[in-house]
Write a protein of this length. Sequence first.
Length: 254
Amino acid sequence: MRFSLYILSCLGLSLASPIPSEGLGMRELIRKNTSLNNFITLLLEYLPAIDDTIADLVGVLTDFEALLVDVTGDQDTYNGLGGPCTEYTLIFARGTTEPGNVGILVGPPLITAITNIVGTSALTVQGVNNYGATVDGYLEGGDPAGSAEMAKQIQQAYAACPNTKLIASGYSQGGQIVHNAAAQLPAKVGQWISSAVIFGDPDNGTAVANVPASKTDVYCHQGDNICVNGDFVLPAHLTYAENVQAAAQFITSH
Ligand SMILES: *[C@@H]1O[C@H](CO)[C@@H](O)[C@H](O)[C@H]1NC(C)=O
Ligand SMILES: *[C@@H]1O[C@H](CO)[C@@H](O)[C@H](O)[C@H]1NC(C)=O
């Protein structure tokens, strides 16, 4: 609570009410000219105290992410599965505490980076549903219901659109979900996956089951405690939007 108040006083913003257009002028800055990642970097300069365990930071992270949704206007929920088949299908699992079904910190910038290369009509996006993205889920190695759901969605895409290039991706606990889901797939479906891309992976160093290493791309920042399966959320865990361009290049080269 002390920390939330600290954020609010630094930013001159109130999360409980609509963000005023004055304050630091950040809302205009992000809307008009600043990429999400630059914005997050800017915000983090005001949030030096993000260095606590994930359980203790739930309220702060939830507020922080709600603020980002508000100022960016980014869509945090996608349910494209079941629509027409497209060249690429992205199934994405968000991180702990993130909103919607693709979250805000990595999902939306990744979608933009991919569509910047292939065009919006070449990509179907589906977030992982039936997944609470809770701290308990993280601590037990990735929410079991979300893991089963992602495996089900991948098999649904395989059955409906066998020629699509399936991207299995996730951030933070979403990385655990990708690992768990892949392990639940029949081997032929795992091998069919075009690329597995994980950001801030709690299972960093462990292969994604059934997916060849050449199709797997894991981003882990120096000093990200979650990448060594720790419980501390440090700023390095919140800035994976800076890796989405490279990830999109990897994805579209497969
Ligand atoms: C927008 O960004 C460009 C390049 O980053 C910069 O040169 C320009 O001054 C910015 N414009 C505004 C209005 O901030
Ligand atoms: C992630 O795993 C790789 C391979 O095991 C290791 O080299 C790297 O240091 C790890 N990254 C972090 C941030 O722990």
